[in-house]
Design a protein around this ligand. Structure first.
Ligand SMILES: C[S@@+](CC[C@H](N)C(=O)[O-])C[C@H]1O[C@@H](n2cnc3c(N)ncnc32)[C@H](O)[C@@H]1O
Length: 242
């Protein structure tokens, strides 16, 4: 009888540990991710192909926005109906193509990428879209281009800016793009939770984590904007300029 009682307590503790302490959150998170993907609009054929090709031929394919975040970017752009969009960090063109879908009839998107090895891939991917004539790629360093008063970018106003380049430079990007965003316009910033490192003391010396922490604080302290961090994928911040 006594043995049976101790055995029951042991089984109870074990099951609590397995189900509720260590494994359940991971298991649930994985299932939730699959559930979200299965119940979000599937990628259109062009985007599925870009995802496939990026995974096959490009280093760090995880940097691509992907189905769920891509659909969110498409939706936000359709809600805003921007005339001009600026993107920092093109990679293989996935997010640029998503954002371009919300452009007004005569709207344009400029996207900046500093890795010239990606240029052919980006141009090839963009050329497959019916919106290709309205998407302009600039190869170069985002900060240099934004700081150059003579550049195509620095004398235009934008309705929507997507910051997704060097994580260490987000504060500089924010300060440089802010005057170029119209009142009532939006800035989106990707990776602002940085796989949770943003609140993990183990990453206190990591330069990208520090850059993103500083950026999140800078935005939180800025009375000119309202903002929300969405815990989607790696964190996406939506910033509204009053
Ligand atoms: C996370 S990826 C962008 C992903 C893309 N926006 C998407 O969602 O599909 C970041 C890109 O920024 C580029 N990048 C990094 N530093 C940059 C800089 N200083 N200027 C311009 N692009 C930069 C990288 O080469 C990389 O292609």
């Amino acid at each position: 009888m006594q043995i049976c009682k101790y055995f029951c307590i042991f089984v109870h503790i074990l099951s609590e540990k397995i189900l509720f302490c260590n494994h359940k959150p991971h298991f649930v998170m994985q299932n939730l991710q699959e559930y979200i993907e299965n119940h979000t609009t599937p990628e259109p054929e062009l985007f599925a192909r870009i995802t496939r090709d990026t995974n096959l031929h490009v280093l760090n394919p995880h940097m691509l926005s992907g189905q769920v975040q891509g659909e969110l970017l498409r939706m936000l752009s359709r809600m805003i109906r921007p005339k001009r969009i600026l993107e920092l960090g093109t990679f293989t063109g996935y997010s640029a193509l998503c954002l371009a879908e919300g452009l007004q009839q005569d709207g344009e998107l400029i996207t900046i990428e500093h890795n010239d090895e990606l240029e052919d891939t980006i141009r090839q991917n963009i050329s497959q879209s019916p919106l290709c004539a309205r998407i302009h790629l600039i190869i170069g360093d985002a900060k240099e281009i934004l700081s150059n008063q003579q550049s195509v970018v620095s004398n235009q106003m934008f309705d929507l800016v997507f910051i997704d380049a060097d994580k260490r430079e987000y504060c500089a990007y924010y300060e440089l793009v802010f005057p170029l965003v119209r009142q009532g316009g939006f800035i989106l910033a990707d990776n602002t939770l940085w796989d949770g490192h943003i609140v993990d003391p183990a990453y206190d010396k990591d330069k990208q984590t520090l850059g993103l922490r500083e950026f999140n604080q800078m935005v939180a302290d800025d009375p000119r904007v309202s903002q929300v961090i969405l815990p989607l994928r790696d964190g996406l911040t939506i910033i509204y300029k009053h």
